[in-house]
Design a protein around this ligand. Sequence first.
Ligand SMILES: CC(C)(COP(=O)(O)OP(=O)(O)OC[C@H]1O[C@@H](n2cnc3c(N)ncnc32)[C@H](O)[C@@H]1OP(=O)(O)O)[C@@H](O)C(=O)NCCC(=O)NCCS
Length: 194
Amino acid sequence: MAFFRSLSAVEAVPVLAGEGVTLRTPQMADYAAWSALREESRAFLQPWEPTWPPDDVSRLAFRKRLKRYVRELEADQAYPFFLFRPDGALVGGVTISQIRRGVSQTCSLGYWMGKRHAGHGHMTAALKIVSPFVFETLKLRRIEAACLPHNAASIRLLEKTGFRREGLAREYLCIDGRWQDHLLYALLRSDVVG
Ligand SMILES: CC(C)(COP(=O)(O)OP(=O)(O)OC[C@H]1O[C@@H](n2cnc3c(N)ncnc32)[C@H](O)[C@@H]1OP(=O)(O)O)[C@@H](O)C(=O)NCCC(=O)NCCS
């Protein structure tokens, strides 16, 4: 995107600020907080995520993760964010990925919270600031999200932030080691700006 060409891809991504949350691009300095939060939340997150590789929370794996993030940012394929409280605590993450330009202008949304920070409204606040970034800054027109039919928290989160259910996709993603059916949701630019 022209918007990002003059600066390094990572520097060009704005810090997004909302009601009691800030979203910014992950950095190596986040490793200690990120690995501690992911490790203590392992049992809470695993039923809803792809199986974690054995070294997933290692420093080396995090370094590789950041390199992939930079490559994807430079290619306008994905925009990863970590989610922080005003006191600076890392509480979760949001990723805009699988960006399809051309006749699609679509992306996929993923999110997670650390177990002890869930249920405090942080992800609701985060999605309220992510959607303007997607529609106004990235100029996409559709955000897709998929969740397991028994993920009550995710369904409530999506529906209260304006996403509409579009259907059920059979064996859509391999989550927790099994190909599982998913509910498909989407938020359109026209749902927000008319
Ligand atoms: C889904 C998730 C990101 C929601 O984040 P969060 O910060 O806890 O969400 P919020 O606090 O903003 O709550 C959003 C809504 O969901 C509701 N909710 C939260 N946890 C819930 C639960 N376990 N069951 C039912 N509803 C729940 C909240 O009450 C709120 O609705 P309300 O305002 O009507 O009360 C978080 O629960 C999580 O990380 N879960 C595990 C991983 C996961 O599911 N990832 C997504 C895969 S698609």
